[in-house]
Design a protein around this ligand. Structure first.
Ligand code: DGY
Length: 323
């Protein structure tokens, strides 16, 4: 049996590339050159599979990919997939659930601690030579321990944050989710409330929902108005889950205390985005899952899924809508 032909569209670890070369004929983008859509179309017209991060898989791309059978995301989020177009062209899509949950939860705890205790702000100030002996009035923050964390979207990553926050920091956990999460309730004493109640009662509010038509701008002006004035907002899910202009307004008007953000409506963030000039906002460049081990695990899971699907063996990580 001849090997399937695949396109590697993003840099991947060497051992994952080796695995793919053993099992497939590989075409790889020349990463010393900027990615050009025309160049991608030229390659994909002739491949059975693609492994990539964040590439828009839509009608336009699929209409050029006559042999394509599967696309593998090296990410758990799959809002880059136009699921209806993939159904139409009979394309299977896979993603990387599970392997990044604990790592993303670490990042979220980092954002909670960094916003509440103003660590990044204090670091900048110290590096700028502003530490004055005896000044004990600067950088007074909010205690993390025994405060209340509101989790909007209690899936696997939400559970991992609840575990850290409740068992490690003795935080009270409130949550809103489409379905009740009994495990989070039993293990981390999480209380299920309406989204409005979670917003009204929490000291830290984090969203962790996939991006879909239903969750687009889930957090807007009304939602920020419901939050406590001294509460912090945390987002490491997807930027468009938040109406960023409404968030900026809420921060500018002091309607919330600050924000910790790993994701933005436009990535990379525009250098004129007001969020970059706010001391009470921590901005990260979408590094939620960025540890060597987790990124290795994600790339290997994505590679194995692609091979399994192309060999007709199916896969546990096909996105639910395409199973
Ligand atoms: C994901 O897997 O969706 C993450 O956002 C990537 O870091």
């Amino acid at each position: 049996m001849s090997k399937p032909k695949i396109f590697i569209a993003n840099p991947i670890p060497g051992f994952v590339e080796d695995y793919l070369r053993e099992n497939c004929e590989v075409v790889i983008w020349d990463f010393s050159k900027p990615k050009k859509f025309d160049g991608i179309l030229e390659i994909i017209k002739d491949v059975d599979g693609i492994i990539q991060v964040g590439m828009k898989i839509d009608e336009n791309l699929l209409s050029h990919a006559k042999k394509l059978k599967a696309v593998s995301n090296i990410s758990v989020g799959y809002n880059n997939f136009d699921v209806e177009a993939m159904k139409k062209y009979n394309i299977i899509g896979t993603h990387t659930p599970g392997v990044l949950d604990e790592t993303v939860a670490d990042t979220i705890m980092g954002l909670i601690i960094n916003t509440g205790r103003r660590l990044c702000e204090a670091d900048r100030d110290t590096k700028n030579g502003n530490w004055q002996k005896g000044d004990v009035s600067k950088f007074l923050g909010k205690d993390i321990h025994q405060s209340t964390l509101g989790i909007i979207g209690m899936g696997r990553i939400g559970e991992c944050v609840a575990k850290r926050a409740n068992l490690g920091f003795d935080m009270d956990i409130l949550y809103y989710n489409r379905k009740r999460n009994k495990l989070a309730e039993e293990k981390y004493n999480a209380k299920y409330l309406s989204m409005d109640e979670v917003l009204q009662k929490s000291d830290f509010v984090m969203v962790m929902t996939p991006l879909s038509d239903e969750t687009y701008h889930l957090m807007g002006e009304r939602e920020f108005n419901l939050m406590k004035k001294d509460a912090f907002f945390i987002n490491a899910s997807r930027g468009p889950v938040v109406d960023e202009l409404a968030l900026i307004k809420a921060l500018e008007e002091g309607r919330i205390a600050g924000a910790g953000l790993d994701v933005f409506e436009k990535e990379p963030i525009d250098k004129n985005n007001p969020l970059l000039r706010m001391d009470n906002v921590v901005t990260l460049p979408h590094i939620g899952s960025a540890t060597e081990k987790t990124r290795d695990d994600m790339a290997m899971l994505a590679a194995k899924a692609l091979v399994e699907v192309l060999e007709g063996r199916g896969s546990d990580v096909i996105i639910p809508e395409l199973r």
